[in-house]
Design a binder for this molecule. Structure first.
Ligand code: CO8
Length: 258
């Protein structure tokens, strides 16, 4: 892996912990951050020592959006030629579960990064939102699509049109986040949950995530067929033999992720 400048990474008990580290600009996401994130997450996705990833931000923000200084002078042609979303889109094809620990502001591209996570744990004091409209633009990394799929059109538009901040309570109420946790315990509790998932049989976890992702866009009967194939596939794993033998022999299973 190349030298990481804006993102820190550690592996603890099967959890790949990723910390955005530009606290002086509230972890604003510049192009280098996206490329480091993608490089890191792709590496963790292939690393057998990592079962789950956790993303959080250092300081008082998760991420306050794309770096406004960097993009302010861009032309449409610059954006087309940079094709930065090609990198971004790779975040959406990570196979292992990704949990966001949202410790403060998650705005604009920062909210989109949070929405790209599979589960979100946050604190009472975190704030979410899409302020892009107040900059004369709109979300560009999935915000309009992801938020609408979660909350429905009417609710999503309420926030997207004004750019107002959504409180953590509202985010919990509308199913945008999973849990509210006391700020001083956020990372500890998120890691506790992540470590539990990291101990699960890795192939089953992977195929469950894949099937649930399909449920978002597939019609029910196609989703059911997709689920069934994944279910069948797991019967060729060593972990299926081990899991079911252990149950019948009344002992704890020893999973290998194979
Ligand atoms: N970009 C660059 N710098 C930022 C950003 C940002 N998004 N957000 C904060 N900063 C910087 C500030 O400029 C400031 O730096 P300095 O001290 O040098 O002036 C420092 O962070 C601290 O910020 P504030 O002094 O403003 O802190 P406050 O507590 O007063 O306010 C806010 C916190 C409310 C979060 C405020 O900083 C703010 O409104 N930030 C901008 C939020 C925003 O508009 N985000 C959307 C950006 S557009 C976008 O995300 C488009 C996404 C397109 C896809 C991108 C894919 C990656």
């Amino acid at each position: 892996m190349h030298n990481l400048r804006f993102v820190e990474a550690t592996v603890v008990d099967g959890v790949g912990l990723i910390e955005l580290n530009r606290p002086e600009v509230l972890n604003a996401i510049n192009r280098q951050v996206v490329s480091e994130l993608v490089e890191l997450m792709t590496a963790f996705d292939r690393d057998p020592e990592v079962g789950v990833m956790v993303i959080t931000g250092k300081g008082r923000a998760f991420a306050a959006g794309a770096d406004i200084h960097e993009m302010a002078g861009d032309s449409p042609i610059d954006l087309e030629l940079l094709d930065q979303f090609a990198d971004w889109d790779r975040l959406l094809s990570i196979k292992k579960p990704v949990i966001g620990a949202v410790n403060g502001f998650a705005l604009g591209g920062g909210f989109e990064l949070a929405l790209a996570c599979d589960l979100l744990f946050t604190t009472e004091t975190a704030q979410f939102g899409f302020p892009e409209v107040n900059l004369g633009v709109m979300p560009g990394a999935g915000g309009t699509q992801q938020l609408t799929k979660i909350m429905g059109k009417r609710k999503a538009l309420e926030w997207l049109l004004t750019g107002e901040k959504m409180s953590a309570q509202e985010a919990l109420h509308f199913g945008v986040v999973n849990r509210l946790i006391a700020p001083e315990l956020l990372l500890e509790e998120t890691m506790k949950y992540a470590k539990k998932v990291a101990k699960q049989p890795a192939l089953a976890v992977r195929l469950i995530k894949e099937a649930v992702d399909k449920a978002v866009d597939y019609p029910l009967d196609e989703g059911m067929k997709f689920e069934r194939k994944n279910f069948y596939l797991l019967f060729s794993s060593e972990d299926q033999k081990e899991g079911m033998s252990a149950f019948m022999e009344k002992r704890s299973p020893q999973f290998k992720g194979k």
